[in-house]
Design a protein around this ligand. Structure first.
Ligand code: URA
Length: 192
């Protein structure tokens, strides 16, 4: 039933963004934990799967720390197509940040995805999915990471646990300890 609804949602999404390089969510639709990233990058588009590049490697490490297998959770992105632009110097396609209008436009699909999966806990990875889930364009992961919040959608209440984006530790090594502390908190909550 959930798979049928997800397929229908994804069919609509593909139709709406037919010019884009799309990577859809994957995993166990009955999962209790839903992880939401920002948008797929080059490697994700090549392999058609979320989080398979450098950020995905870090994410796998954190899932290992939690003793969680990827197949047991559901992983998706707030924006399901690559956000890219041409680098004028090299002529190559590079990733670009999401615009607020794009986050809000994609939010409609993300909220429907959440309502289909109905996870116990939603883990946002970075600012973009945090903004997308809450609808608050001023939300900042730096202020609320590692805290258990609640989020109401339709008639359901969800736990929301914001984490930094797993790529952030590539650029800022000082965040590794903070990230691991947050993961350990999440593990305690998830297995309680
Ligand atoms: N970063 C994301 O936010 N999502 C992906 O799927 C890959 C990298």
């Amino acid at each position: 039933m959930k798979e049928k609804k997800l397929n229908e949602l994804y069919r609509e999404y593909r139709e709406r963004y037919s010019n884009e390089q799309i990577v859809l969510g994957e995993g166990n639709p009955d999962a209790e934990l839903l992880m939401i990233g920002e948008a797929p990058g080059k490697y994700e588009v090549e392999l058609g799967k979320p989080f398979v590049g450098a950020a995905g490697k870090n994410l796998s490490h954190f899932l290992d720390l939690m003793n969680l297998r990827r197949e047991s959770i559901f992983i998706t992105n707030a924006i399901k197509y690559r956000l890219s632009q041409v680098n004028p110097k090299t002529g190559r396609l590079v990733n670009r940040p999401a615009r607020s209008e794009e986050i809000l436009e994609n939010r409609e699909y993300l909220l429907r995805e959440i309502e289909i999966i109905k996870p116990f806990i939603i883990v946002t990875l970075g600012n973009v999915p945090l903004k997308a889930v809450t609808g608050d364009m001023s939300a900042s992961v730096g202020e609320i990471h590692g805290r258990l919040l609640s989020f109401c959608l339709g008639n359901s209440n969800y736990c929301l646990f914001p984490l930094y984006h797993p790529a952030s530790i590539i650029y800022n090594r000082n965040l590794s300890k903070t990230y691991e502390d947050d993961i350990m908190k999440l593990k305690t909550i998830y297995f309680a």
